[in-house]
Structure formats: structure tokens, C-alpha cells
Design a protein around this ligand. Sequence first.
Ligand code: SF4
Length: 185
Amino acid sequence: MSDKQIINPDIVESPEGISGQGFFATSFEKAVGLARKNSLWPLPFATSCCGIEFMATMGSHYDLARFGSERLSFSPRQSDLLMVMGTVAKKMGPVLREVYIQMAEPKWVIAVGACASSGGIFDTYSVLQGIDRIIPVDVFVPGCPPRPEQIINGILKIQELVGNESLRRRNSKEYNEMMKHYQME
Ligand code: SF4
């Protein structure tokens, strides 16, 4: 132990590379995760009122661009985050499923609000009681409607998942089984 640590035991010397000139060693997986999580391109699938909250989330006050997600895509092939916001009628189910299938891997899904997550107050014959009945969902955002802060929190949760996702996950047995469950192979 150095003299400095004996005088002030709370101060620990930083390892080489942390300050000043130096380098960090990391894994390829972590570098890819960092790039992916900070450049998510959302596809807003907005069918009703929750979509309006999303518009506020994109506006200058909440400014989703701060999280690297300012580039919205209405083309499934050029997006990697499907955000489903609003009531999804059963008739709309096949359309949503098709949009999901057309997105290239790796892709993630957020169900924003009570309707997308569970059908919400519309416990009726015509409304899908949660989009996870037809596509896999990574994060559910509660609320009717959720505030923009909650939507941002959903994005942060997705970023956490994306940043820590193993590059092999999409080839794993569990992932393939889940896709089989959804009849998507
Ligand atoms: S959860 Fe509430 S605010 Fe969102 S789409 Fe459904 S009824 Fe509208």
C-alpha cells in the first residue's frame, strides 16, 4: 500500500488507461452493443392516443434524439425498434405481424401503453388483448396513456437490453424456440 492510500484510504489510484493518454481493452460484443444501443431506429406503429404521447416524446421538450433515436423509419427494413402505440384491432394483427417479419434482425419491440400491452380498457371481441399474442415483445410500458417520461424509460430499458445482448443470442436454441412458438422461422 502506498503512503497516499494510508493518509486517505478512500482514494484509490486509477488503473492505467483510465485517465490521460492510454487505451481501454473491451470485447467486440461490448463495442457492437454500444453502437447498436445508441443508434436505434424506431418504427412507430401508432394507431391511437398513445401515438400522440409519442409525438410529444419526439418534440423538442422531451427530445428522443438525445438517445440516438431521432431517425424514425416507416420502412420496416430500415428500422430495428418496433414501437407499438395504441389499440390494435384483431383485423390489424396480421399487418403488425407482417411489419415485424419484414424487419431485419436484430430487432426489438416495445409495447407502449395499456392497449398495446394488454388490450387496455377494450376487453372486446374486436381488440387484440396484447400484441405479445402475435409478436415477441421486449419491453412493456404501462399507462393509459404513458407520459413521455415513461416512454423514454422504455427506450432506456431497451438500450440496456441491446447493449448487453450477446451476439450469439439470435442463434440460440431458446431464441429459435421462441420464434417457432410465434410460427416465425
Ligand atoms: S392505452 Fe389509453 S391512451 Fe393508449 S391507446 Fe389505449 S386508450 Fe389510448
